[in-house]
Design a protein around this ligand. Structure first.
Ligand SMILES: Nc1nc2c(ncn2[C@@H]2O[C@H](COP(=O)(O)OP(=O)(O)O)[C@@H](O)[C@H]2O)c(=O)[nH]1
Ligand SMILES: [Mg+2]
Length: 444
């Protein structure tokens, strides 16, 4: 079998910068250190100041190097870090020098962490935590990523898997010795109790309101209402730029336009949508359909009313009925008519009342995020697998309760173990590894 490639990459930010960190991992690390460092192979885990020379013996740069021998390194392989001056020419010269050797190449995105995962240094949720902490922009995202990186999710999955393995063993005993010992209900009752406990815990985790995914990916706010109410003008106000086209012509907005803000300490996507009216125009009708989807999927809807033309009886849907916040716009033109109950009165054109509206969005998001402490699910991938696992366990419970066969129950529990195992990456992960690691940056 041929040796694994040695990989190298710039692990620090784009040049020019004070320092460039180049990272190397793989079987040729020792050889490369001996070949290119004035110090020769540095003492393990000791910062060493040395020259680096290229393949012709010319100086590349002078800097600190750190050698971390495998298996006690991040990737489990021999690794070397070079701390050079963070200029583009230095980085290019160093990488050219290293990749000129056979079997040494630039790393793929996330390849260091992938090797760490393959070496058993971290499980898949911990690896995802590494990607998330690099992407984290808000304190809440960072806290969630740190918890995940530290095995906060793995613990729960490990515990469930251990309990289910115990349940499976009991079911298998019942299969192997069907006629011995107690009556079936005496052996089935404790199995059902244990199974029921895990099912209950998974149901609780799944019923978290999607907080973990929202903290990671952003909360969703949809601006909806009649054509010409001033939805796009409000979006531009909230975006603080001209993100959406504003005209006096009804039916201007068709695509859903989203802008990103940090409000209440969380990422919030605010969507402008097409006015919800019945229309013969094919493109506008598609826009209305998209608006309805955005409204349904949003965590909070802002229903914008034109105070100077508040009649909404002609609208295509009744989304206004379950609207969370009613916003009366164009307060610069007229006072809000009697009988219209608005949570906020604004002039999107002048900006009056927009700041309190922003604060209301921030409060909503903050409270929503605080409604579940330390959510277990932080990605759609986890939710999908966990729901499948739950279905399998429910099938196992039904089979046991109806006494249709311990064998079927055992198969369902095995299936659930595989589904839970795939979340932390202990089984059946080939299909997800590419997707998980491709979203990393190079050098991590
Ligand atoms: N007087 C006044 N006009 C506004 C206000 N907000 C929007 N408009 C105008 O109303 C029209 C429709 O605005 P637009 O944002 O495109 O509405 P949309 O169809 O709901 O997206 C445009 O001519 C805007 O300039 C406002 O607060 N006051
Ligand atoms: Mg519009």
């Amino acid at each position: 079998m041929s040796e694994r490639d040695t990989i190298c990459a710039l692990a620090s930010g784009a040049p020019p910068a004070a320092i460039a960190i180049l990272r190397l991992s793989g079987p040729q690390v020792r050889h490369l250190a001996e070949r290119h460092l004035g110090s020769g192979l540095p003492a393990a885990r000791h910062a060493t100041l040395t020259d680096m020379t290229d393949n012709d013996g010319a100086l590349v740069d002078r800097g600190l190097v750190l050698f971390m021998p495998g298996p006690g390194s991040y990737t489990g392989e021999d690794t070397l870090e070079l701390y050079l001056h963070g200029g583009a020419a230095v980085i290019a010269h160093a990488l050219e020098t290293l990749t000129a050797h056979d079997g040494v190449r630039m790393a793929e995105p996330g390849e260091y962490t992938r090797r760490a995962f393959e070496a058993g240094k971290l499980d898949l949720t911990e690896a995802e935590g590494v990607a998330d902490i690099i992407e984290a922009e808000t304190a809440a995202q960072k806290a969630q990523a740190l918890r995940q990186l530290g095995g906060g999710l793995s613990e729960t999955y490990d515990q469930w898997r251990a309990e289910l393995t115990g349940v499976l063993a009991l079911v298998e005993v019942a299969i192997d010795f069907p006629d011995e010992g107690d009556a079936p209900q005496d052996t089935t009752a404790p199995i059902l109790a244990k199974l029921g406990r895990v099912i209950g815990e998974i149901e609780t985790a799944l019923g978290d309101g999607g907080i973990g995914e929202r903290i990671r990916d952003g909360f969703r706010v949809a601006i909806i209402g009649a054509p010409n109410a001033g939805k796009s003008t409000l979006l531009n106000r909230l975006a603080r730029r001209e993100a959406a086209i504003v005209t006096a012509k009804a039916g201007t907005t068709r695509d859903v336009i989203e802008v990103r803000r940090v409000l209440g300490g969380h990422v919030v996507w605010i969507a402008d949508t097409a006015g919800l009216r019945v229309t013969d125009d094919e493109i506008e009708a598609e826009g209305v359909r998209r608006a309805e989807v955005a409204a349904r999927e949003a965590d909070l809807r802002l229903f914008v009313l034109d105070a100077s033309d508040p009649d909404i009886s002609h609208l295509s849907t009744d989304y206004r009925l379950d609207t969370d916040l009613v916003v009366a716009n164009k307060s610069d033109l007229v006072a809000v008519p009697e009988g219209i109950k608005a949570d906020h009165v604004i002039s999107a054109r002048d900006g009056a009342g927009v700041e309190p509206l922003e604060q209301a969005i921030a409060r909503f998001v903050d409270q929503y995020a605080a409604s579940v402490e330390a959510p277990l699910i932080t990605r759609q991938r986890h939710r999908a697998r966990l729901s499948q696992g739950l279905s399998s366990l429910e099938a196992a419970r039904d089979a046991l309760e109806q006494d249709v066969g311990a064998e079927m129950a055992a198969e369902d529990i095995r299936m659930a173990l595989r589904q839970l195992g795939s979340i932390i990456g202990v089984v059946g992960v080939e299909d997800v590894l590419g997707a998980v690691f491709s979203e990393f940056c190079i050098g991590k």
